[in-house]
Design a protein around this ligand. Structure first.
Ligand SMILES: [Fe+2]
Ligand SMILES: [Fe+2]
Length: 282
């Protein structure tokens, strides 16, 4: 019986990490005249062709671009359809482009409130924690004390195959100063909570390009944006690229591995923003 349990928990677990889908109702197109729902549908179509079927999908925030009620109602319909086609659940976290009240009303279909949104779920012995790093009214990212205390309590009990944390704002440095301004403001607090726990990986987004680092030896991977990409080699400009990526995540023997994926496309430059000039004028 013990052997059977061990075998079960040691089986590889495979799932999908999407981020920054920036969905709007069809026809609204607030970004570069792109229909972001088409990007999500294209990614899900590609995922359906994978030879190994994933167990679930996580989306690490910036679910909508404007955060309007009608955007969340459309997102709910869109993800319900894709869940049915994929045959696996899709779990979401919030980002800086999301707003709690319309999210709760339009997506969760409950009474609107400003209550934060974080939770955990189990899949084949692996625990996934969906955190909320958004700070209402800002684009910054921070984990408040209430959420950190909740996380500490949760991690007091280890999961059979370890824990992966999903959150919007990354914790590790990037190649450009511009994007380092977008990191989680209090990574030390998160580090203190996960130290000595069963956490084996952190998955984030927000910077719209692939980035890998470690926090106390724990693998941290930011996925490319699905709605659009940014150019990580641009040091003073934000270069918006028509590029869509996501990550395949495998957990095997208590270790997390990350396989970056990029959807087919010409990766044309959509828009270039001179951030240095904006900062100088501010
Ligand atoms: Fe984003
Ligand atoms: Fe973001």
């Amino acid at each position: 019986m013990t052997t059977m349990t061990t075998m079960t928990t040691m089986e590889p677990i495979f799932f999908i990490h999407l981020t920054d889908i920036h969905i709007s109702v069809p026809g609204k197109k607030p970004l570069f005249d792109l229909e972001m729902s088409h990007k999500l549908r294209a990614a899900c179509a590609e995922i359906r062709t994978l030879e190994t079927k994933p167990s679930f999908v996580v989306i690490s925030g910036d679910l909508t671009h404007d955060g309007d009620l009608e955007d969340y109602r459309f997102l709910k319909k869109l993800l319900d359809e894709e869940e049915a086609l994929l045959g696996i659940p899709i779990h979401v976290a919030l980002g800086n482009h999301d707003f709690r009240e319309p999210f709760r009303e339009g997506y969760l279909e409950e009474e609107p409130s400003n209550e934060s949104y974080y939770y955990s779920f189990m899949a084949n012995g692996l625990r996934i924690v969906m955190l909320n790093t958004q700070v209402p009214g800002t684009h910054g990212g921070r984990l408040d004390e209430v959420q950190l205390a909740w996380l500490k309590g949760l991690l007091a009990e280890p999961a059979p195959s370890g824990t992966i944390i999903v959150h919007h704002h990354p914790v590790m440095g990037t190649p450009t100063v511009i994007m380092d301004d977008h990191l989680l403001e209090n990574p030390q607090d998160l580090e203190n909570v996960i130290e000595g726990s069963d956490v084996i990986g952190l998955l984030s987004g927000h910077i719209h390009y692939h980035n890998v680092g470690t926090l106390r030896g724990i693998l941290c991977a930011a996925a490319d944006g699905l709605a659009f990409g940014l150019d990580p080699s641009a040091s003073s400009n934000m270069r918006f690229i028509d590029r869509s990526g996501y990550n395949l995540i495998t957990v095997k023997n208590g270790q997390m591995s990350v396989q970056p994926m990029t959807l087919p496309g010409e990766q044309r430059l959509l828009y270039e923003l001179n951030v240095t000039k904006i900062h100088a004028e501010a």
